[in-house]
Design a protein around this ligand. Sequence first.
Ligand SMILES: [Cu+2]
Length: 164
Amino acid sequence: MRRTFLRATLVVGANLAASALSFTPAAAHDFRAADLHIGHPWTRAVAPRAPTAAGYMTIRNAGSAPDRLLGAETPQAGKVELHEMSMTDGIMRMRPVPGGIALPPGQEVRLAPGGLHLMLIGPQGGFAQGARVPLTLVFERAGRVEVELAVEAAGARGSGHDGH
Ligand SMILES: [Cu+2]
């Protein structure tokens, strides 16, 4: 009995931690390409006929030269666009980012819910929680970089909690 109670408490604690944006997950996965560090690329589970899915990650440019994310591709969606959210007349809208996402040297850029994100148009066959979606990021300087989006729960808001 006591053991069961303890376990339930731990689950509650994990959920609270996952709701904090600063939470650094044990399950995070990272990719490096030259001077770029790509932290925990993730997306949400979507149904087979969902029109879009969003992709999030952090990109840190540890080098001394600027770089730029020009676009992305995946075999599992019709196409991928770079989007940003902005408030217009009190309404959040998203629009394509012209010219790509600037990656200044020594800085980290966050693609996160409510801000910059990748928009996967026409995700094919849906994304199941726990799966990985292969993604090629195309950078001006670093070139093509292969990463994987971790598919998290449909309602996931922050980075990195994979639900186990
Ligand atoms: Cu979008």
